[in-house]
Design a binder for this molecule. Structure first.
Ligand code: HEC
Length: 125
């Protein structure tokens, strides 16, 4: 009998922790990032972020690092170095930060949120 309330407690704690991961302000920013993604990225990388095999890479990562975040900022701002690769996407600094936070914290991805102060001079408009 005592196991049931304990399970319930764990469950409500898990729900609480996952809900508390972002403040309402951060959730609003992530929502803006979703809009940027829908407008500028979804056509290639897809609604599930898993791209198209052989053409567009998946954005689903088991884990993120500052290097990956940095590459993501660079490829969106400047495009890829491969001739037929991704072209630069024209976004404001705000939109760039919002879309990177969105893709890095959606579809099961988890990474620390970045802000404009994390942008290198070459990644700013
Ligand atoms: C016209 C198609 C197209 C659009 C639109 C596009 N991408 Fe890409 N993206 C690509 C292709 C192709 C690559 C493959 C890597 C390369 O070009 O070297 C890529 C690579 C990437 C990568 C690197 C993935 C990896 O594992 O190396 C990221 C991150 C990324 N895109 C994010 C975005 C975001 C965010 C947007 C919207 C702001 C976007 N892309 C818009 C086609 C696109």
């Amino acid at each position: 009998m005592r196991q049931i309330p304990y399970a319930l407690l764990c469950l409500s704690l898990a729900v609480f922790v996952s809900c508390a991961r972002f403040t309402p302000e951060e959730k609003a920013e992530l929502h803006k990032g979703e809009e940027v993604y829908i407008t500028h990225c979804i056509s290639c990388h897809g609604p599930g972020g898993d791209g198209l095999s052989g053409a567009y890479p998946t954005l689903l990562k088991p884990q993120f690092s500052t290097d990956i975040t940095n590459n993501t900022l660079n490829i969106i701002r400047h495009g890829s170095s491969t001739a037929d690769g991704m072209k630069a996407v024209s976004l404001s600094d705000d939109e760039l930060v919002q879309v990177v936070n969105y893709i890095q914290n959606h579809w099961g991805n988890e990474a620390p949120l970045i802000s404009q102060s994390d942008l290198k001079p070459s990644q700013k408009l």
